[in-house]
Write a protein that binds this ligand. Sequence first.
Ligand SMILES: C[S@@+](CC[C@H](N)C(=O)[O-])C[C@H]1O[C@@H](n2cnc3c(N)ncnc32)[C@H](O)[C@@H]1O
Length: 222
Amino acid sequence: MGNVKSAYRNLGKNSFYDGMITSTTFLGSLVNRAVWRMNKDENKEYLRKALSPITDDFSGKLLEVPVGTGILTMPLYKKLKQADIVCLDYSAEMMSRAEHRANEMNIENIKFIQGDVGKLPFGNENFDTVLSLNGFHAFPDKDAAYSQTYRVLKKGGTLCGCFAVVGESKRTDWFLTKLYTKMVYCTPPFETKESLEKRLNSMYSEVHIETVKSMACFRCIK
Ligand SMILES: C[S@@+](CC[C@H](N)C(=O)[O-])C[C@H]1O[C@@H](n2cnc3c(N)ncnc32)[C@H](O)[C@@H]1O
């Protein structure tokens, strides 16, 4: 767990991460092409799919875990005037960038909590939506992350987001299972699209999964 924290502490210190996750810098686009085999449009497409259950008129309680630097979600949250938003991340460095963004954008209906997805500090059935972008391939204790995100979701609520799965591309699998695992940006075991489908179907009443290259975008109803 400490290793994951220190890996993301370093990423949280500069803007490289933001350029990569949005594919908006030269180096970021290069990494996306090399590792994820994605061009800018594919990058946008997977994020659009992952965020599509959260519409601009969303009202209710939303948990985002992990929020990271908030580059992907603060522009959306600016529009969600009726929402009650809680963002959680293990890395203070990553999350301080998100908090700074929220302040700059004058987003007031938002709270930031440093914590572990495996021990969410909320009661049962507390949120209408739980959003998790690029989190499950990083979380060290996957079972705890799946069960905690399920626990805090209201009955009829939505879990949505995306993360990297193996089995779609040999090249991406190599980066995930070798390099990124060594750098502790990711932690095994990794899901395949099929194993994820099976796992989510065993928990949720409705499950929809689509992949864009190695990125699995999911939305589930509890
Ligand atoms: C790849 S980043 C994704 C951040 C953001 N959702 C995005 O898509 O840009 C993974 C994040 O997971 C966080 N993380 C790793 N393990 C965690 C845990 N056990 N609990 C909460 N956050 C964790 C890291 O600190 C990091 O910010």
